[in-house]
Design a protein around this ligand. Structure first.
Ligand SMILES: Cc1ncc(COP(=O)(O)O)c(C=O)c1O
Length: 396
């Protein structure tokens, strides 16, 4: 990674992706070298690979609190979301064509719903409050006789807000024909969620958000639930997701889960402290506005705005000093539009265009947070001064 002017590299973009744990890399490299058989092959090499796959499925199931047969390996969060939402829509369209989701979903849910609208489905995008949280009453109000699916994310990827998924899921239990999907990509390993108690039928997970490899994830699918597969072929993954399994990546995912289990809640508590420290530091910088709510948030995401300063300019000024952060979600940060999520919580377009997301991870320390706050203060001060002189010269 190229470093800042002074050779410093402080990575604060852990919601975009995390650096794979060295043990994950080691596990993957071993799986690639030794378990190269196809898990579907009948010979010994195939059986060895199948045994690795089985173990990984058991590790994932234990962590999620489900049965191994309910774990479907996919290529990541985007695929899991597509497979869940389209899989339900196509399978149950005879029952109804109405879907409920929220205004603040990740594009891997939001744009899937938009696509389904163009195919004749109707979608209600439930609003959120000023903290980015959906209210159960609004989901209740959106319910219709032809509703087949409710999809609500666990943790918002831009603000860090935790959605009341358990509450929604419990209420939904009285509608057994309405399925409940949760995009848990930002919550896994950070915010506990009880799958079974929360009435969740489908849940999306992505390994690269918790120090595992990219391009691998999980779709939890409740036992007995039938959905239309997106990918047809060899019938792998119980026929729900055909394609030869990416064994090294799946083994890496399982290793990343094992490490999460070993660390337990200790890491969450540490991140919470760092996030508080970050909030305090940012709040004291003149011209900075914190957009992430104070409570009911994940321990790793902090969204801020510097009205009048373009987010991209601030991002590169920080990068020059060695700090790596994001504008909006990484997947859409190249589009020069104000964030849909920030607009949904009532933030003005100008303010939304100046927003940055700082996301903490396992490797960040209190000292790094202090260094970041100092660098941010410097950047904001000089960029705001520059903006003032620019405005003066334009109005002169
Ligand atoms: C909430 C959420 N859902 C889905 C995704 C997509 O996951 P993946 O990158 O594994 O496709 C992301 C990635 O940023 C995300 O934050």
């Amino acid at each position: 990674m190229p470093s800042g002017r002074c050779g410093l590299v402080i990575y604060l973009d852990n919601s975009a992706t995390t650096r794979p744990h060295p043990q994950v890399i080691e596990t993957m490299s071993r799986a690639m070298a030794s378990y190269y058989g196809n898990p579907s092959s009948l010979h010994r090499k195939g059986l060895e690979a199948e045994s690795v796959l089985k173990q990984a499925r058991e590790v994932a199931a234990k962590y999620l609190g489900c049965k191994p047969g309910e774990v479907i390996f996919t290529s990541g969060g985007t695929e899991s979301n597509n497979a869940a939402i389209k899989g339900v829509a196509f399978q149950y369209q005879g029952r109804g064509k109405h879907i409920i989701t929220t205004q603040v979903e990740h594009p891997a849910v939001f744009d899937v719903c938009k696509q389904l609208e163009s195919m004749g489905f109707t979608v209600t995008y439930v609003p959120v409050d000023h903290e980015g949280r959906v209210r159960l009453e609004d989901v209740q109000q959106a319910m219709r006789p032809d509703t087949i699916l409710v999809s609500v994310m666990h943790v918002n990827n831009e603000l860090g807000t935790i959605q009341p998924v358990a509450e929604i899921g419990k209420w939904l239990k009285q509608f057994p024909k309405v399925l409940f999907h949760v995009d848990a990509v930002q919550g896994i390993g950070k915010v506990p969620l009880k799958l079974k108690d929360s009435g969740i039928d489908l849940l999306s997970v992505s390994a690269h958000k918790f120090y595992g490899p990219r391009g691998v994830g999980i779709l939890f699918k409740r036992e007995g639930l039938i959905i239309q597969p997106l990918l047809m072929g060899g019938g792998q993954e119980a026929g729900v997701r055909s394609g030869t399994e990416n064994l090294p990546a799946i083994a890496g995912l399982a290793k990343a889960i094992r490490i999460l289990e070993e660390l337990g809640s200790v890491e969450t508590v540490r991140l919470q402290r760092l996030l508080e420290q970050l909030r305090e530091g940012i709040s004291q910088i003149e011209g900075c506005q914190v957009n992430t709510p104070k409570s009911g948030v994940a321990p790793h995401i902090m969204n801020l705005s510097v009205p009048g300063v373009k987010a991209e300019v601030l991002l590169h000024a920080l990068e020059e000093r060695g700090f790596y952060v994001s504008t909006k979600s990484a997947c859409s940060s190249k589009a020069n539009e104000p964030s849909r999520v920030l607009m949904a919580i009532g933030i003005e377009a100008e303010c939304a265009l100046s927003s940055l997301r700082i996301s903490l991870g396992r490797e960040n320390t209190a000292d790094e947070v202090n260094q970041f706050v100092a660098a941010l203060r410097e950047c904001v001060k000089s960029l705001r001064a520059y903006m003032k002189t620019e405005t003066k010269s334009v109005t002169r």
